[in-house]
Design a binder for this molecule. Structure first.
Ligand SMILES: NC(=O)c1ccc[n+]([C@@H]2O[C@H](COP(=O)([O-])OP(=O)(O)OC[C@H]3O[C@@H](n4cnc5c(N)ncnc54)[C@H](O)[C@@H]3O)[C@@H](O)[C@H]2O)c1
Length: 494
């Protein structure tokens, strides 16, 4: 089926406006439909600005810009969509509102018209149910901002025909977008991985694991993500994060999808993120140390193969584990593996703390070590010992973050459940490994997708880390995924 004319429902809104730009830019006659004429007028101005910028940047000729704008027709009457080949719906995220629209569209549009929903949280099968052309409804989830982001998650409802799916897929490619295939499940790929991960971040903040600024640094330096999760949460809006959790949890019953109490308190306090002026990030910055106390190193570690040369004796650094208390030192630093600092120092019901400081250079399994040092403190760790630890690693060129002595520290605590999810989704057929990785790289700016990352670092190593955290927390998100259990068993059998 050749598509020529495209309708966009909700074209006065954030997503609809972007989708209309994609369609018009690619040469399709584009009917921009919305209930609000004012919203359409605003978006028409924004469209002129967007294409105008593309001309300035040399991405588009003035003639193409004029032609694209000329292909956009505004409409507040649904009958304008009657002869569209494809109608992409991006109206309010409400099942009854969407179902009502699909029923009306079915009565108005020609029989061949395909309907595509941009829903983030609803089921394509449910949206299509009872509309009268269930076989011609497909999921087409664009990323924000649609006119910039190329990725589209495509999904079939139970009744979607192959011909419909193939035609919609071909349209996304003709429109210059990059489709990936996923199932009709809450969150498709991107949000299914992101929503529980973001909730874990909020729970980590609530637990006082580290400051939001340090969580962002740890994830950016440790994993190479372009944007830290707290920056992303502030951008998405904490009110939106609440809505996402409320949509997913009742369907998946995944405790990690449930809205963290702190998220609701932030919303109640009016701290919604960028849109209200403040969210989790406070703008707190810290100058890096330029001078460090002298230290002597005991032991060896593959994570510091290039060495840490002795410079004095104010601080002792134990590489590779061993620890001997020495109150005469400014600090005694202990390299940690998957264990807690308390396993070396002993604990005293929350009163522990001395000049002992834990540290770990973040490393994903067998990958090369990152430039991140996670510094681990106990409730009463001396501030001089912490300052000495930070200074030593910062002067040596590392990025440091500080966290509580909790299982997984920052990076592994946050990322291991995501790897388990991705591996489980692979087993469940949510999407191929390639499409899951492509979604995360293109939609979230990850340098490497979760499947490539966890298999690259070694599934048996993932098992070791995830199992260690699971043993300490008992949380199901850390129970190693089947593929990691298999890899570990095969390694043990060698
Ligand atoms: N905002 C995002 O980041 C994002 C990303 C991907 C998908 N989505 C999905 O896209 C859809 C729209 O989200 P948004 O953020 O653009 O919302 P929005 O509130 O910015 O826009 C919705 C638009 O739909 C219009 N509208 C509402 N009911 C209508 C109806 N019956 N007929 C015609 N127009 C109607 C409104 O006037 C408004 O202009 C939702 O399904 C959402 O889940 C949002």
């Amino acid at each position: 089926m050749t598509m020529k004319k495209v309708g966009v429902c909700g074209a006065g809104g954030t997503m609809g406006a972007g989708i209309a730009l994609v369609a018009a830019r690619a040469g399709f006659e584009t009917v921009c439909f919305d209930l609000s004429a004012d919203a359409l007028a605003r978006q028409r101005k924004a469209a002129g600005k967007f294409f105008g910028k593309s001309v300035e940047k040399g991405k588009m000729s003035q003639a193409d810009c004029d032609a694209a704008l000329g292909r956009m027709i505004d409409a507040t009457d649904l009958t304008a969509l009657a002869d569209c080949d494809l109608v992409i719906e991006a109206i309010f995220e409400s099942l009854p509102v969407k179902k009502d629209l699909y029923g009306k569209l079915n009565a108005i549009c020609k029989p061949e018209t395909i309907f595509a929903s941009n829903t983030s949280t609803l089921s394509i099968t449910q949206i299509a149910g009872g509309c009268g052309r269930e076989d011609r409804v497909v999921g087409m989830h664009f990323c924000l901002p649609a006119q910039v982001m190329k990725l589209i998650e495509m999904s079939r409802g139970i009744n979607t025909s192959d011909a419909t799916f193939d035609a919609a897929w071909a349209w996304t490619e003709a429109a210059g977008q990059i489709p990936v295939e996923t199932q009709d499940k809450p969150g498709f790929i991107l949000n299914a991985l992101l929503v529980p991960f973001n909730n874990d971040v909020i729970r980590a903040i609530e637990a006082g694991l580290a400051t939001p600024e340090d969580i962002d640094t740890a994830i950016k330096v440790g994993l190479g993500y372009r944007m830290g999760p707290c920056t992303l949460l502030d951008l998405i809006g904490l009110d939106t994060q609440v809505l996402l959790g409320e949509a997913f949890f009742p369907i998946t019953l995944d405790a990690r999808a449930a809205v963290p109490p702190l998220c609701r308190r932030m919303v109640a306090a009016g701290k919604l993120g960028n849109k209200s002026g403040q969210g989790f990030l406070t703008g707190l910055t810290r100058d890096k140390a330029t001078e460090a106390p002298g230290f002597s190193v005991i032991g060896r570690s593959a994570n510091f193969a290039e060495g840490l040369a002795n410079t004095g004796d104010a601080v002792t650094i134990h590489l590779g584990g061993g620890f001997v208390a020495d109150p005469s030192k400014t600090a005694v630093l202990v390299e940690l593996g998957t264990e807690c600092l308390g396993q070396h120092t002993g604990e005293d019901s929350g009163r522990e703390g001395s000049n002992a400081v834990g540290f770990a250079r973040y490393r994903n399994g067998d990958d090369a070590p990152s430039n991140l040092i996670e510094i681990v403190v106990q409730p009463n760790t001396s501030s001089e010992a912490l300052a000495a630890a930070r200074a030593i690693f910062e002067v040596a060129g590392f990025e440091t973050v500080v966290c509580k002595d909790l299982a997984g520290r920052i990076v592994d605590r946050l990322v291991r459940p995501k790897y388990n999810d991705a591996l489980r989704f692979l087993d469940e057929g949510l999407a191929s490994a390639e499409d899951m990785d492509k979604t995360c790289c293109m939609g979230l700016g990850y340098p490497i997708g979760p499947i490539a990352r966890v298999t690259g670092g070694g599934l048996a190593r993932h098992y070791d880390v995830s199992k260690a955290i699971y043993d300490m927390t008992g949380l199901p998100g850390y129970a190693p995924a089947r593929r990691a259990v298999v890899a570990k068993a095969r390694e043990a059998a060698k």
